[in-house]
Design a binder for this molecule. Structure first.
Ligand SMILES: NC(=O)C1=CN([C@@H]2O[C@H](COP(=O)(O)OP(=O)(O)OC[C@H]3O[C@@H](n4cnc5c(N)ncnc54)[C@H](OP(=O)(O)O)[C@@H]3O)[C@@H](O)[C@H]2O)[C@@H](O)CC1
Ligand SMILES: [K+]
Length: 565
C-alpha cells in the first residue's frame, strides 16, 4: 500500500518538510530535476551515453531527419511556477551532459517564484530562454528532440489559454506524428491535467482531454498523485516514474497524523491509498482489527471459514448468482449456499455441485443462523416485491452483505431500503449503477471542470460512502473503494495491470462473490473489497484475452499458488 496524494497534500507535505528545516525548496527542486533526468535515462538507456565529452550520434529513432545527426537534443517548455523551475534544472543537467538544449518560458521571468527564479538564472548562465508561443516552436526544427513538458504541475488552477493552448496543440501534433518518434516527458503531469482527478481542466463541455498532450513518460515526486491513477490520468501520463526527493518521512508523518499541526487539512484518514498485492505472510492484509489473511489455517474446518449466502433470481435468471457463488467458494468461504425461488431449484441443482441450495422460503431461518456470516444479493435477483422484501430481511439481519446489480437499483430507488444500510454493507456499483445511487455525485463527475481541483471519482465515492454509511466499490478500470469514515483505496488496472478483457458479462457478479467470500472468511468490508479487487484483476491477467466470467474463479488456485499460499 502506498499513499496517493492530492496536490494540496503534496504542497502541505513539502511545506512541512521545509518548515522543519530538514530541506530547502531549492534542494527539492534540484532533486526533482535530477530525478527527471535519471528517469529519462532509465526509460531510454541509450540516451545516458551522452555524459559530457564529445557528443555521440543520436540513436536512429531520435535522429534529426533534416540535419542528419548531432548530439542528443531537448526542448524544455517551462511554465510560470515551480513546475517550470524543475524544467530549468532539467535543462541545466542535460546541457552539462553536452545535450543541445533549447528552453522556452511561458510567462514573465520577473514573476517566477523564488526557487524557480534561481534556477532560471542558473540556466541563463548556460543558455538562452525564448518566450513561448505556439509559433515560436517549429515542429521541423525540433524533430528528433526529447520534449520536456514543465509547463504546469500541481498548481494548475484554470483552463489553459492563449499561447499555452497553442503549445499544447504543438505537443498534440508531435504525438500525432508518430513517424518522428518524439519522446514527450511530462514533469509531474502532462500540462492541463488535474492531478486530483485525472481529468483535464478546460473551458467548455465536450472534447474531453482535447488539450492534454499524452506523455510517453511522466515523472512525479515522492508519491503518485490521484490524477495519475484515476480518470483519464493513466491514459495521458504514459509510464509513470516516481522519484524519491527525500520527503518520505514527511509523507509518513502526515499519513500517521504526526504532523497534524503543520498539515492541518490532512488527517490520516484523508489519504487515499493504492491497492497493492495482498500481504499473505503474516496473515493480515494490513493492520486493521479483525483482519485475517488469505492463507487458510490448518486447524480450522469448513464452518470456521464462514458461510456465505448468495440470493438468486427465478428460473432462467440464476446464472449471475451462480457465478457469484462460484467466486465466493473459490476464494475460500467454507460453505456457500444459493438461495433460490422454489420454481428454480431443479434448474439450479442441475448446474452446481459443491454449492448448496436452499429454497427462498427458508431465507428467514438462514438469516437467523449465526453461522451464516455473509450475504451476496443483487446479481440476477430481480426487482419485484419478493426481491424487495428479501433484501429488506437481509439488511435487517445486520449481516455483512454485498449489494450489487438489482440490489443497487432497489436501494437507489427506495428510501426505506437506503435507511437500512449499515457499516457491514459493501455496495459495488459500476458507472450506471452509481448514477442511480447518487444522481448528484454522478452529475458533478460528468461536469467539465473549469477550475482546479476538479471533482474526482475519489470525491464521489467518498461522498456516497459517507452518506450511506457503508463501503462503496465504484468499479471501473480505476476502481475506487471508500469507507464511510473516509478511508479510500484505488485499484488502477492500467499499464502493467491493464486487463481490458475483464469488461465482459458477468465479471462484476464474480467480483461480488469474491467480496462475499472474503467477508465470510472474516475480512473487514474495506479489506474484503480491496483484496477482491486485486485478485479479480490478477485472475484476468492470469487468463489473458478471451476470458469469460466463468474463467475468473477458476484462475484463483493458480493465483494463490503464485502468492505462495
Ligand atoms: N510540492 C513539492 O513537493 C515539489 C514541487 N515541485 C514542483 O512544483 C510544482 C508545483 O509548483 P507550483 O505550485 O508553483 O505550481 P505550477 O504547476 O508550477 O503552476 C503554478 C503557476 O501556474 C499558474 N497557472 C495555473 N494555471 C494556469 C493557467 N491555466 N494558465 C496560466 N497560468 C496558470 C499559476 O498562476 P496563479 O494561479 O497563481 O495565478 C502559477 O503561476 C510541482 O508540480 C512540481 O513540478 C518540485 O520542484 C519539488 C517538490
Ligand atoms: K507538466
Amino acid at each position: 500500500m502506498t499513499e496517493l496524494l492530492t496536490s494540496a497534500q503534496m504542497r502541505a507535505i513539502e511545506a512541512a518538510a521545509i518548515a522543519s528545516g530538514e530541506v530547502t525548496g531549492l534542494d527539492l527542486m534540484e532533486r526533482a530535476g535530477r530525478g527527471v533526468v535519471e528517469a529519462i535515462f532509465e526509460a531510454w538507456p541509450e540516451l545516458a551515453a551522452n555524459r559530457g565529452g564529445a557528443a555521440p550520434a543520436p540513436p536512429g529513432y531520435l535522429g534529426n531527419e533534416e540535419e542528419g545527426g548531432g548530439s542528443f537534443r531537448a526542448v524544455v517548455l517551462c511554465g510560470p511556477g515551480n513546475n517550470g523551475g524543475d524544467g530549468f534544472v532539467v535543462a541545466r543537467l542535460l546541457a552539462e551532459r553536452s545535450w543541445e538544449v533549447e528552453v522556452f518560458l511561458y510567462g514573465n521571468p520577473e514573476n517566477l517564484p523564488p526557487d524557480a527564479r534561481v534556477n532560471y538564472e542558473r540556466w541563463r548562465a548556460l543558455g538562452e530562454v525564448n518566450p513561448l508561443s505556439g509559433r515560436s516552436i517549429d515542429i521541423r526544427r525540433h524533430a528528433g528532440a526529447v520534449i520536456i513538458d514543465a509547463l504546469f504541475g500541481t498548481g494548475l488552477s484554470r483552463p489553459l489559454e492563449g499561447a499555452a493552448v497553442d503549445v499544447q496543440r504543438f505537443l498534440l501534433g508531435l504525438k500525432g506524428r508518430s513517424a518522428a518518434r518524439k519522446a514527450l516527458v511530462a514533469v509531474d503531469c502532462p500540462s492541463g491535467l488535474c492531478l486530483d482527478s485525472g481529468l483535464p481542466i478546460q473551458k467548455g463541455a465536450g472534447a474531453a482531454g482535447m488539450y492534454v498532450p499524452a506523455a510517453d513518460l511522466t515523472v512525479t515526486f515522492q508519491r503518485r498523485k490521484l490524477g495519475h491513477v484515476i480518470g483519464q490520468g493513466p491514459l495521458y501520463c504514459g509510464r509513470v516514474a516516481v522519484v524519491d526527493i527525500g520527503l518520505d518521512k514527511a509523507v509518513r508523518d502526515a499519513a500517521e497524523g504526526r504532523s497534524a499541526d503543520a498539515i492541518d487539512p490532512i488527517a490520516a484518514r484523508a489519504f487515499a491509498r493504492e491497492v497493492a498485492r495482498p500481504n499473505t505472510s503474516g496473515g493480515a492484509y494490513y493492520s486493521a482489527p479483525g483482519a485475517v489473511g488469505l492463507r487458510k489455517r490448518v486447524d480450522l474446518h469448513k464452518y470456521h471459514q464462514g458461510h456465505a449466502l448468495v440470493l438468486s433470481g427465478g428460473p432462467g435468471r440464476g446464472g449471475a448468482a451462480r457465478l457469484a457463488a462460484r467466486g465466493a467458494l473459490r476464494i475460500g468461504a467454507g460453505l456457500v449456499t444459493l438461495v433460490v425461488p422454489h420454481d428454480a431449484v431443479a434448474e439450479t441443482a442441475a448446474r452446481v455441485d459443491a454449492i448448496m441450495i436452499r429454497e427462498a422460503d427458508d431465507a428467514a431461518a438462514l438469516l437467523d443462523d449465526d453461522r451464516v456470516n455473509a450475504v451476496c444479493v443483487g446479481p440476477g435477483f430481480g426487482l419485484d416485491p419478493r426481491a424487495v422484501s428479501l433484501l429488506e430481511a437481509v439488511l435487517d439481519s445486520k449481516k455483512r452483505v454485498v449489494l450489487d446489480a438489482d440490489a443497487l437499483t432497489m436501494v437507489g430507488a427506495q428510501r426505506h431500503l437506503r435507511a437500512k444500510l449499515h457499516g457491514g454493507c459493501v455496495l459495488t456499483p459500476h458507472e450506471g449503477e452509481f448514477a442511480r445511487l447518487s444522481p448528484q455525485a454522478a452529475k458533478k463527475l460528468k461536469t467539465t471542470a473549469k477550475s482546479g481541483p476538479a471533482y474526482s471519482k475519489v470525491d464521489a465515492t467518498r461522498e456516497v460512502a459517507a452518506e450511506f454509511g457503508c463501503t462503496v466499490v465504484f468499479k471501473g478500470a480505476d476502481t475506487v473503494i471508500a469507507h464511510a469514515a473516509g478511508l479510500c483505496s484505488v485499484h488502477s488496472a492500467h499499464h502493467d495491470r491493464a486487463a481490458p478483457w475483464l469488461a465482459t458479462a458477468g465479471s462484476g457478479d464474480v467480483l461480488a462473490g469474491f467480496i462475499a467470500g472474503l467477508l465470510a472468511r472474516g475480512f473487514a468490508p474495506m479489506q474484503a473489497a480491496e483484496t477482491a479487487a486485486w485478485l479479480h484483476v490478477e485472475c484476468a491477467l492470469k487468463f489473458g484475452p478471451g476470458l469469460i466470467a466463468e474463467d475468473l474463479p477458476e484462475q484463483l488456485p493458480a493465483v494463490f499458488r503464485d502468492l505462495g499460499l
